[in-house]
Design a binder for this molecule. Structure first.
Ligand code: NAP
Length: 212
């Protein structure tokens, strides 16, 4: 079993992801949480936890870990200071710790639009932060997968996606499908050193990722 640290495990996507990985035959999740009070939900499901804050030193959470998934984010209700501290600096710190710990694969939940932040008014600061983290990962020497979904929704997953960086206004994707995609990218061969943009579509999610 490979141990997988999930950063942002208590988030909307992170919770689904933690559960998916806990049912896997190959991986054992470790949920990185910010608060003691968040542990119970995971421990009830026999998911190991580690207390860590992206704005502090959390390197000990990577001890004994084989792979990392970064699914954290400062969210839309905080200011640019948290975008910088969490989405950019926090992610970069996680990548640096991963390198120091010789982590076998780093999978990051990025966002569509990250290549051209200036084209998305209102999200420019956030997308620039995501871009800095993605660039840092690409040049880190770590094996990586960078997933860039369109807008996330809470509908039931369909396991069908479309690769595109030109979404229409109605395009979005269930967090459940994004979580499955993140988990699937843990495999060394899947989306190895690849970046991909996606929304819901009609192509099989797993086959599409396998053939990237
Ligand atoms: N929303 C969209 O439409 C969209 C589209 C494309 C990509 N994305 C990306 O997908 C990510 C996940 O989305 P989501 O909706 O699942 O996120 P979410 O529910 O807002 O969860 C974010 C998680 O990050 C954690 N976090 C925040 N600051 C932290 C810190 N300093 N240290 C450790 N953990 C911290 C939060 O911890 P707490 O639980 O303790 O608050 C939370 O568990 C987003 O952050 C974004 O980067 C989003």
């Amino acid at each position: 079993m490979e141990k997988v640290l999930i950063i942002g495990a208590n988030g909307n996507t992170g919770r689904i992801l933690s559960e998916i990985i806990s049912k896997s035959d190959h991986y054992e999740p470790v949920a990185m949480l910010r608060k003691e009070s968040q542990k119970d939900l995971f421990e009830k499901k026999e998911i190991k936890t580690c207390l860590g804050d992206l704005e502090q030193d959390f390197k000990s959470c990577l001890d004994g870990v084989d792979k990392v998934i970064f699914a954290a984010g400062s969210g839309g209700h905080t200011g640019d200071d948290k975008t910088e501290a969490v989405d950019k600096k926090g992610a970069i710190k996680a990548i640096d710790y991963a390198k120091a710990h010789k982590i076998k694969k780093f999978v990051i939940l990025s966002s569509m639009g990250t290549d051209t932040p200036e084209k998305v008014p209102g999200l420019e600061t956030y997308l620039k932060a995501k871009k800095a983290a993605d660039e840092h990962l690409k040049s880190s020497g770590l094996t990586y997968s960078i997933l860039r979904p369109g807008a996330l929704n809470n509908e039931k997953g369909t396991s069908k996606i479309k690769l595109t960086d030109q979404p229409s206004q109605s395009d979005s994707i269930p967090r459940e499908d994004v979580a499955h995609a993140l988990a699937y990218c843990l495999d060394d061969k899947n989306a190895k050193n690849k970046i991909f943009n996606f929304v819901s579509g009609s192509q099989d999610l797993l086959k599409t990722i396998e053939n990237l």
